[in-house]
Design a protein around this ligand. Structure first.
Ligand SMILES: Nc1ncnc2c1ncn2[C@@H]1O[C@H](COP(=O)(O)OP(=O)(O)O)[C@@H](O)[C@H]1O
Ligand SMILES: [Mg+2]
Length: 272
Protein backbone atom coordinates (compact mmCIF):
# COMPACT_ATOMS: atom_id res chain seq x y z
CA UNK A 1 0.00 0.00 0.00
CA UNK A 2 1.22 3.48 -0.78
CA UNK A 3 1.73 6.02 1.98
CA UNK A 4 -1.22 8.30 2.58
CA UNK A 5 -0.84 11.44 0.56
CA UNK A 6 -0.77 14.74 2.49
CA UNK A 7 -3.66 17.03 1.69
CA UNK A 8 -3.82 20.67 2.62
CA UNK A 9 -7.22 21.46 4.10
CA UNK A 10 -8.09 25.14 4.05
CA UNK A 11 -11.31 26.48 5.53
CA UNK A 12 -12.45 29.79 4.08
CA UNK A 13 -14.50 31.53 6.72
CA UNK A 14 -15.06 34.90 8.33
CA UNK A 15 -18.17 35.07 10.44
CA UNK A 16 -20.20 37.49 8.38
CA UNK A 17 -22.20 36.64 5.26
CA UNK A 18 -21.54 38.50 2.04
CA UNK A 19 -17.87 39.27 2.70
CA UNK A 20 -16.74 37.15 -0.27
CA UNK A 21 -15.99 33.70 1.17
CA UNK A 22 -17.52 31.74 -1.70
CA UNK A 23 -15.90 33.88 -4.37
CA UNK A 24 -12.52 33.57 -2.66
CA UNK A 25 -12.97 29.79 -2.30
CA UNK A 26 -13.85 29.22 -5.94
CA UNK A 27 -11.24 31.53 -7.41
CA UNK A 28 -8.45 30.47 -5.07
CA UNK A 29 -9.29 26.91 -6.06
CA UNK A 30 -9.03 27.75 -9.76
CA UNK A 31 -5.75 29.62 -9.28
CA UNK A 32 -4.22 26.69 -7.38
CA UNK A 33 -5.50 24.31 -10.02
CA UNK A 34 -3.83 26.41 -12.71
CA UNK A 35 -0.60 25.96 -10.77
CA UNK A 36 -0.97 22.22 -11.09
CA UNK A 37 -2.58 21.40 -7.74
CA UNK A 38 -5.49 19.01 -7.68
CA UNK A 39 -8.24 20.93 -5.93
CA UNK A 40 -11.51 19.80 -4.40
CA UNK A 41 -13.92 22.42 -3.13
CA UNK A 42 -16.34 21.34 -0.43
CA UNK A 43 -19.39 23.57 -0.28
CA UNK A 44 -20.27 23.56 3.40
CA UNK A 45 -22.85 26.30 3.09
CA UNK A 46 -26.48 25.49 2.55
CA UNK A 47 -27.38 29.14 2.19
CA UNK A 48 -28.96 30.66 -0.86
CA UNK A 49 -25.83 32.01 -2.48
CA UNK A 50 -23.88 28.77 -2.43
CA UNK A 51 -21.43 27.53 -4.98
CA UNK A 52 -23.98 25.76 -7.22
CA UNK A 53 -25.73 29.08 -7.68
CA UNK A 54 -22.50 31.05 -7.98
CA UNK A 55 -21.34 28.85 -10.86
CA UNK A 56 -24.69 27.81 -12.32
CA UNK A 57 -24.11 24.15 -11.50
CA UNK A 58 -26.89 21.64 -11.08
CA UNK A 59 -25.84 18.78 -8.89
CA UNK A 60 -27.66 15.48 -9.19
CA UNK A 61 -26.17 14.07 -6.01
CA UNK A 62 -24.62 15.43 -2.88
CA UNK A 63 -22.92 14.42 0.33
CA UNK A 64 -26.11 13.13 1.90
CA UNK A 65 -26.24 10.43 -0.80
CA UNK A 66 -22.76 9.37 0.29
CA UNK A 67 -23.83 9.35 3.92
CA UNK A 68 -26.79 7.16 3.15
CA UNK A 69 -24.54 4.79 1.20
CA UNK A 70 -26.28 5.41 -2.12
CA UNK A 71 -23.13 6.39 -3.95
CA UNK A 72 -19.41 7.08 -3.63
CA UNK A 73 -17.89 10.48 -3.08
CA UNK A 74 -16.53 10.20 -6.62
CA UNK A 75 -20.08 10.11 -8.01
CA UNK A 76 -20.88 13.31 -6.16
CA UNK A 77 -17.96 15.36 -7.47
CA UNK A 78 -18.95 17.93 -10.07
CA UNK A 79 -16.45 19.38 -12.52
CA UNK A 80 -16.10 23.09 -11.89
CA UNK A 81 -14.27 25.77 -13.89
CA UNK A 82 -10.51 25.65 -14.27
CA UNK A 83 -10.23 21.98 -13.42
CA UNK A 84 -11.53 22.14 -9.85
CA UNK A 85 -13.88 19.51 -8.49
CA UNK A 86 -16.79 20.45 -6.30
CA UNK A 87 -18.62 18.57 -3.56
CA UNK A 88 -22.04 20.29 -3.69
CA UNK A 89 -23.78 21.57 -0.58
CA UNK A 90 -26.21 19.29 1.17
CA UNK A 91 -28.10 18.96 4.38
CA UNK A 92 -25.49 16.35 5.28
CA UNK A 93 -22.94 19.03 5.99
CA UNK A 94 -25.20 20.51 8.67
CA UNK A 95 -25.21 17.41 10.80
CA UNK A 96 -21.62 16.23 10.56
CA UNK A 97 -21.37 16.09 14.32
CA UNK A 98 -24.42 13.85 14.64
CA UNK A 99 -23.66 11.00 12.27
CA UNK A 100 -24.56 7.41 13.03
CA UNK A 101 -21.57 5.06 13.34
CA UNK A 102 -22.41 3.62 9.90
CA UNK A 103 -22.51 7.02 8.23
CA UNK A 104 -19.38 7.99 10.05
CA UNK A 105 -17.41 4.99 8.80
CA UNK A 106 -18.80 5.51 5.30
CA UNK A 107 -17.68 9.09 5.22
CA UNK A 108 -14.14 8.29 6.37
CA UNK A 109 -13.95 5.63 3.69
CA UNK A 110 -15.28 7.99 1.07
CA UNK A 111 -12.67 10.62 1.82
CA UNK A 112 -9.79 8.22 2.15
CA UNK A 113 -10.54 6.83 -1.29
CA UNK A 114 -10.38 10.34 -2.63
CA UNK A 115 -7.17 11.09 -0.74
CA UNK A 116 -4.63 10.23 -3.41
CA UNK A 117 -6.44 12.30 -6.03
CA UNK A 118 -6.41 15.61 -4.22
CA UNK A 119 -3.69 18.00 -3.06
CA UNK A 120 -5.82 20.79 -1.65
CA UNK A 121 -9.28 20.63 -0.08
CA UNK A 122 -10.92 24.03 0.23
CA UNK A 123 -13.93 24.21 2.55
CA UNK A 124 -16.28 27.11 1.88
CA UNK A 125 -18.07 27.61 5.19
CA UNK A 126 -21.42 29.17 5.96
CA UNK A 127 -21.68 32.51 7.72
CA UNK A 128 -21.70 32.61 11.49
CA UNK A 129 -20.21 30.40 14.15
CA UNK A 130 -22.75 27.61 14.38
CA UNK A 131 -21.74 24.18 15.63
CA UNK A 132 -21.51 23.02 12.03
CA UNK A 133 -19.18 25.83 10.97
CA UNK A 134 -17.00 25.26 14.03
CA UNK A 135 -16.72 21.55 13.26
CA UNK A 136 -15.32 22.36 9.81
CA UNK A 137 -12.92 24.91 11.26
CA UNK A 138 -11.66 22.48 13.88
CA UNK A 139 -11.03 19.88 11.21
CA UNK A 140 -9.02 22.14 8.89
CA UNK A 141 -5.31 22.94 9.13
CA UNK A 142 -5.54 26.42 7.76
CA UNK A 143 -8.18 28.98 8.62
CA UNK A 144 -8.43 31.72 6.04
CA UNK A 145 -10.64 34.52 7.32
CA UNK A 146 -12.12 36.84 4.75
CA UNK A 147 -12.83 40.28 6.17
CA UNK A 148 -14.04 43.54 4.69
CA UNK A 149 -13.79 47.03 6.00
CA UNK A 150 -17.13 47.12 7.78
CA UNK A 151 -17.61 47.17 11.55
CA UNK A 152 -19.82 44.06 11.44
CA UNK A 153 -17.24 42.10 9.46
CA UNK A 154 -14.51 43.02 11.93
CA UNK A 155 -16.60 42.21 15.01
CA UNK A 156 -17.76 38.90 13.50
CA UNK A 157 -14.19 37.93 12.61
CA UNK A 158 -13.14 38.83 16.13
CA UNK A 159 -15.94 36.70 17.62
CA UNK A 160 -14.87 33.74 15.48
CA UNK A 161 -11.20 34.10 16.41
CA UNK A 162 -12.10 34.39 20.08
CA UNK A 163 -14.29 31.29 20.01
CA UNK A 164 -11.75 29.16 18.15
CA UNK A 165 -8.97 30.34 20.43
CA UNK A 166 -10.70 30.08 23.81
CA UNK A 167 -12.65 26.88 23.19
CA UNK A 168 -10.35 24.99 20.81
CA UNK A 169 -6.88 26.43 21.37
CA UNK A 170 -6.44 27.59 17.78
CA UNK A 171 -3.95 30.42 17.72
CA UNK A 172 -3.00 30.87 14.09
CA UNK A 173 -5.31 32.59 11.64
CA UNK A 174 -4.70 33.83 8.11
CA UNK A 175 -6.41 37.09 7.24
CA UNK A 176 -7.47 38.21 3.77
CA UNK A 177 -8.86 41.71 3.28
CA UNK A 178 -11.53 41.66 0.58
CA UNK A 179 -13.38 44.43 -1.24
CA UNK A 180 -10.86 47.09 -0.22
CA UNK A 181 -9.68 49.94 -2.44
CA UNK A 182 -5.96 49.30 -2.35
CA UNK A 183 -3.06 47.61 -0.59
CA UNK A 184 -2.90 50.34 2.02
CA UNK A 185 -6.56 49.96 2.93
CA UNK A 186 -6.07 46.21 3.24
CA UNK A 187 -3.21 46.66 5.69
CA UNK A 188 -5.18 49.25 7.59
CA UNK A 189 -8.06 46.81 7.96
CA UNK A 190 -5.67 44.12 9.17
CA UNK A 191 -4.33 46.63 11.69
CA UNK A 192 -7.82 47.24 13.08
CA UNK A 193 -8.35 43.54 13.62
CA UNK A 194 -4.95 42.92 15.22
CA UNK A 195 -5.45 45.81 17.62
CA UNK A 196 -8.47 44.13 19.18
CA UNK A 197 -7.12 40.59 19.10
CA UNK A 198 -3.74 41.56 20.56
CA UNK A 199 -5.42 43.33 23.40
CA UNK A 200 -7.67 40.50 24.45
CA UNK A 201 -6.36 37.24 23.02
CA UNK A 202 -3.18 35.25 22.62
CA UNK A 203 -3.32 34.66 18.88
CA UNK A 204 -1.11 35.18 15.85
CA UNK A 205 -2.86 36.76 12.89
CA UNK A 206 -1.06 36.48 9.58
CA UNK A 207 -1.93 38.90 6.84
CA UNK A 208 -2.07 37.17 3.47
CA UNK A 209 -2.98 40.21 1.41
CA UNK A 210 -6.02 41.78 -0.14
CA UNK A 211 -8.44 41.40 -3.01
CA UNK A 212 -9.60 44.80 -4.27
CA UNK A 213 -13.21 45.75 -4.77
CA UNK A 214 -13.66 45.06 -8.46
CA UNK A 215 -16.79 45.36 -10.60
CA UNK A 216 -15.50 42.36 -12.55
CA UNK A 217 -16.37 40.17 -9.56
CA UNK A 218 -19.98 41.37 -9.59
CA UNK A 219 -20.21 40.95 -13.35
CA UNK A 220 -18.83 37.43 -13.09
CA UNK A 221 -21.35 36.58 -10.33
CA UNK A 222 -24.17 37.87 -12.55
CA UNK A 223 -22.96 35.65 -15.39
CA UNK A 224 -22.57 32.70 -13.00
CA UNK A 225 -18.90 32.51 -13.84
CA UNK A 226 -15.78 32.66 -11.69
CA UNK A 227 -14.00 35.98 -12.12
CA UNK A 228 -10.69 34.21 -12.71
CA UNK A 229 -12.30 32.30 -15.53
CA UNK A 230 -14.35 35.11 -17.10
CA UNK A 231 -11.98 38.03 -16.47
CA UNK A 232 -8.53 36.58 -15.85
CA UNK A 233 -6.83 39.97 -16.14
CA UNK A 234 -9.14 41.82 -13.78
CA UNK A 235 -7.52 43.33 -10.69
CA UNK A 236 -9.37 40.89 -8.42
CA UNK A 237 -8.16 37.94 -10.51
CA UNK A 238 -4.55 39.08 -10.30
CA UNK A 239 -4.88 39.49 -6.53
CA UNK A 240 -6.30 35.98 -6.19
CA UNK A 241 -3.39 34.61 -8.19
CA UNK A 242 -0.99 36.35 -5.81
CA UNK A 243 -2.91 34.81 -2.92
CA UNK A 244 -2.59 31.36 -4.50
CA UNK A 245 1.20 31.84 -4.75
CA UNK A 246 1.27 32.50 -1.02
CA UNK A 247 -1.02 29.60 -0.16
CA UNK A 248 1.22 27.35 -2.18
CA UNK A 249 4.16 28.32 0.01
CA UNK A 250 2.37 27.43 3.25
CA UNK A 251 3.94 24.42 4.93
CA UNK A 252 2.44 21.12 3.96
CA UNK A 253 0.78 19.25 6.77
CA UNK A 254 2.99 16.68 8.37
CA UNK A 255 1.66 13.23 8.91
CA UNK A 256 -0.69 12.08 10.28
CA UNK A 257 -2.84 15.19 10.76
CA UNK A 258 -2.60 16.03 7.11
CA UNK A 259 -4.48 13.12 5.67
CA UNK A 260 -8.03 13.31 4.51
CA UNK A 261 -9.17 10.49 6.79
CA UNK A 262 -8.07 12.58 9.73
CA UNK A 263 -9.88 15.60 8.39
CA UNK A 264 -13.08 13.57 8.44
CA UNK A 265 -12.34 12.09 11.84
CA UNK A 266 -11.82 15.53 13.29
CA UNK A 267 -14.87 16.75 11.42
CA UNK A 268 -17.18 14.21 12.93
CA UNK A 269 -15.59 14.64 16.31
CA UNK A 270 -13.90 11.34 17.06
CA UNK A 271 -10.37 12.67 17.38
CA UNK A 272 -9.37 15.80 19.22
N1 LIG B 1 -13.54 41.67 -4.44
C1 LIG B 1 -14.83 41.92 -4.71
N2 LIG B 1 -15.19 42.98 -5.48
C2 LIG B 1 -16.48 43.26 -5.75
N3 LIG B 1 -17.50 42.53 -5.29
C3 LIG B 1 -17.23 41.46 -4.52
C4 LIG B 1 -15.89 41.09 -4.20
N4 LIG B 1 -15.94 39.97 -3.42
C5 LIG B 1 -17.25 39.66 -3.28
N5 LIG B 1 -18.03 40.55 -3.94
C6 LIG B 1 -19.50 40.54 -4.02
O1 LIG B 1 -20.03 40.23 -2.76
C7 LIG B 1 -21.10 39.31 -2.89
C8 LIG B 1 -20.99 38.24 -1.83
O2 LIG B 1 -19.88 37.39 -2.13
P1 LIG B 1 -19.86 35.88 -1.64
O3 LIG B 1 -18.57 35.31 -2.09
O4 LIG B 1 -21.10 35.18 -2.04
O5 LIG B 1 -19.86 36.11 -0.06
P2 LIG B 1 -20.03 35.05 1.13
O6 LIG B 1 -19.73 33.69 0.59
O7 LIG B 1 -19.04 35.51 2.17
O8 LIG B 1 -21.43 35.20 1.62
C9 LIG B 1 -21.06 38.75 -4.28
O9 LIG B 1 -22.28 38.97 -4.90
C10 LIG B 1 -19.97 39.48 -5.01
O10 LIG B 1 -20.49 40.11 -6.13
MG1 LIG C 1 -20.89 31.92 0.63
Amino acid sequence: MSRPHPVQVIAVTGGKGGVGKSNVSVNLGIALSQMGRRVVLLDADLGLANIDVLLGITAARNLSDVLSGECDLRDVLVNGPGGIKIVPASSGTQRMTQLSPMEHAGLINAFSELGDQVDVLIVDTAAGISESVVSFLRASQELLLVVCDEPTSITDAYALIKLMNRDYGVNRFRILANQVRNEQEGKHLFGKLTRVTERFLDVALQYVGMVPYDEAVRKAVQRQRAVLDAYPRAKASLAIKALADQVDSWPLPSSPRGHLEFFVERLVGTSA
